[in-house]
Design a protein around this ligand. Structure first.
Ligand code: AMP
Length: 216
């Protein structure tokens, strides 16, 4: 099964993608991770994407579609793929359909993770990512000292705050989501592929149980 994971920034796409990969042995493509890697390695793509990302804007369709195409061509999707953070515009969704059909495949389900703005702002402002394994954690509720000493619970790696994870940028990202990504929801709805889950309440494992029920 090939799945698109959708939702406002901070809805929990990355966390649920990891659960899906573990549960169904699928491949995982996160366009946000691909772009951050490109920026870190100062590649041509990274140079073009950096300023859009730090200001909370989407990188241009032509750029991200090329990046996705290259990644898809080099990914084994025989057990299915979870796309996390792509498509984010209608043009990206249409291009994805063409790319999938070129390889004799298709998107089977679009999972929309809903969450209220107040919840996601709090999540994003306390979110940390592992430099080593990509684990997504949180320092919410920790003392300053505990937060400073917080290491990856999975691998002990150093945790960092994404450059775009701050209150100023998050409002921008939510606005961009509402304007550019909402039409993608209708696109999958009209194809009868859309399923929705409440990602704003409960622990990530419980939310994943809901997702599993929707997929089975
Ligand atoms: P994410 O990790 O999915 O929150 O993505 C981080 C940032 O990367 C976004 O705010 C965008 O600037 C950029 N980005 C990731 N995926 C896409 C996409 N499909 N289209 C355009 N920009 C993207």
């Amino acid at each position: 099964m090939n799945i698109v994971l959708m939702g406002v920034p901070g809805a929990g796409k990355g966390t649920q993608a990891t659960f899906l990969v573990d549960q169904y042995n699928m491949s995982h493509i996160s366009t946000g991770d691909l772009l951050r890697e490109a920026v870190d390695n100062d590649t041509n793509y990274g140079k073009q994407a950096n300023e859009f990302m730090t200001s909370g804007q989407l990188v241009p369709d032509s750029l991200i579609i090329n990046i996705l195409r290259e990644k898809l061509e080099n990914t084994d999707i025989s057990n299915g793929v979870v796309l996390d953070g792509f498509p984010r515009t209608l043009d990206q969704a249409k291009s994805l359909d063409s790319m999938m059909s070129e390889i004799g495949s298709q998107i089977d389900k679009a999972i929309l993770i809903n969450a209220e703005t107040s919840v996601i702002i709090q999540r994003i402002c306390s979110r940390k990512m592992c430099k080593n394994c990509g684990f997504i954690g949180s320092v919410y509720g920790l003392t300053e000292q505990e937060a400073a000493n917080y290491v990856c619970p999975e691998c002990g790696g150093e945790m960092f705050t994404r450059e775009d994870d701050n209150e100023k940028t998050v409002y921008n990202r939510v606005e961009v989501y509402l304007e550019k990504t909402t039409p993608v929801i209708s696109y999958y709805e009209s194809q009868n592929k859309l399923v929705e889950v409440d990602g704003g309440h409960g622990c990530p494992q419980d939310i994943f149980e809901e997702i599993k029920k929707l997929l089975d």
